[in-house]
Design a protein around this ligand. Structure first.
Ligand code: AMP
Ligand code: MG
Length: 397
């Protein structure tokens, strides 16, 4: 291999996804399921609605006897809840409330706003058509219909749908735990005094947020100097998690010890250097059962390589089907070209259907990153003109 050889993003992603597998499923209570991924298909046990019912507060009637000006005798009342098994015939009405079961014989509801009450009778102010304001059994969902696909993310509305079926627990993928090691002699922990030449360590905060955002748990985050013995010890602790993310020290400098240290611990290094900007020195390997990701120390490089390579691996381990970032199209506000040798992920802001690059497009430029919400991948040699519609990856929201 040439000293500066790189593999493509696609190849890197394929190698990573070949190396990681969904974790065993577990059963959890329904209410703990938010943002988990379904480990099995689910089918409706009950239709929705489960019985014909009223969509309004009003009166159940027989539509054929209901022209404006007509009088109907109110012969009973059916609130939401137990079916009182009432029955009506033409010329009669039953007081009814939203969600209440339809009385036998009734084929429409007239809203209470559309009648005038007169003692035990009502006078209709409108004509009534059959079927009006009735929610028919099964009109929303049929019994046996698939309501959840294996690998689908469980959202609030999914939980409500499952709850509507009386489901109390469900099978989902297992949790993924991650350890983080931030390396670099220049790094200082938040809360400590900083000296000339030092910087506050920020990648572990970034990674904790990104891990949470894709449903993984940060088990530990530690800081490590560019020093082999400490790195060995930190890696030995970190590989007890399912994923280990090391930032910094993966490049070619004299103080970049991550790759050689991993090798000395028996790691199998599958990837080092990917054609991606920013993020070229990205590394992926395995020590025993642990998937190890080496991300460049520059914050924007760590961010981009996390989203392109670590995130899909985590999602696959969690049992997700869709491993891609949400996509959107937008009108590009400026011209953009890429005359480099790697695809460039431009950080920018998607707002009102328009995409504007923000901040300095350099790998250390954390402020610009913090103002962005979307990425535009500009391929090698691509020339994009202002006004063009482009496809974006959304990383925020
Ligand atoms: P490295 O990948 O170790 O060569 O680091 C590249 C750049 O990223 C250097 O400017 C580092 O100071 C910076 N850097 C490395 N790790 C971190 C970190 N955890 N937080 C913030 N900046 C970092
Ligand atoms: Mg370093």
């Amino acid at each position: 291999m040439k000293a500066d050889a790189m593999i493509s993003e696609e190849e890197a992603r394929r190698k990573i996804l070949d190396a990681v597998h969904p974790l065993p499923e577990r059963r959890i209570s329904l209410l703990s399921g938010l943002d988990c991924f379904a480990a099995e298909d689910c089918f409706a046990r009950l239709p929705l609605p489960n019985f014909d019912n009223s969509a309004m507060d009003g009166y159940a009637v027989v539509a054929t006897s209901c022209r404006a000006g007509e009088r109907l005798r109110v012969i009973g009342e059916q609130p939401a809840g137990l079916d009182r098994q009432l029955r009506i015939s033409p010329g009669k009405a039953i007081r009814i409330f939203t969600g209440a079961p339809m009385p036998a014989g009734a084929d429409a509801i007239v809203m209470q706003e559309d009648i005038t009450r007169d003692g035990a009778e009502i006078v209709l102010n409108v004509d009534v058509d059959p079927g009006e304001f009735i929610r028919k059994r099964g009109c929303d969902l049929s019994e046996g219909q698939k309501i959840l696909h294996k690998g689908e993310r469980i959202r609030a509305a999914t939980l409500a749908l499952l709850a509507s079926q009386g489901i109390v627990d469900l099978a989902v993928g297992s949790e993924v735990s991650a350890a983080i090691i931030s390396t670099g002699d220049e790094l200082v922990k938040a809360g400590e005094k900083i000296q000339q030449g030092q910087i506050y360590e920020s990648n572990s905060a970034l990674l904790q947020g990104l891990l949470q955002g894709c449903g993984a748990i940060m088990e530990s985050a530690e800081y490590c100097r560019d020093e082999r013995e400490s790195l060995i010890e930190a890696i030995e602790r970190g590989i007890k998690s399912q994923i280990l993310i090391i930032t910094g020290g993966v490049s070619v400098g004299k103080h970049d010890l991550v790759q050689s240290t991993l090798r000395s611990l028996g790691a199998k290094i599958d990837i080092w250097r990917v054609a991606i900007k920013p993020g070229k020195p990205f590394l992926f390997g395995r020590v025993d059962q642990c998937a190890v990701f080496g991300l460049p120390g520059n914050p924007v490089s760590a961010f981009i390589t996390f989203l392109q390579f670590v995130r899909p691996a985590i999602l696959k381990m969690l049992g997700a089907i869709n491993l891609d970032l949400p996509a959107a199209s937008a009108r590009l506000v400026v011209d953009l070209t890429n005359d480099g040798d790697r695809p460039h992920y431009v950080r920018g802001k998607l707002e009102d259907g328009k995409f504007t690059p923000v901040g300095r497009q350099e790998s250390h430029a954390l402020f610009g990153l913090s103002q962005s919400n979307a990425l535009l991948r500009v391929a090698v040699g691509e020339l994009l003109k202002a006004g063009e519609i482009v496809d974006l990856q959304i990383w925020d929201g």
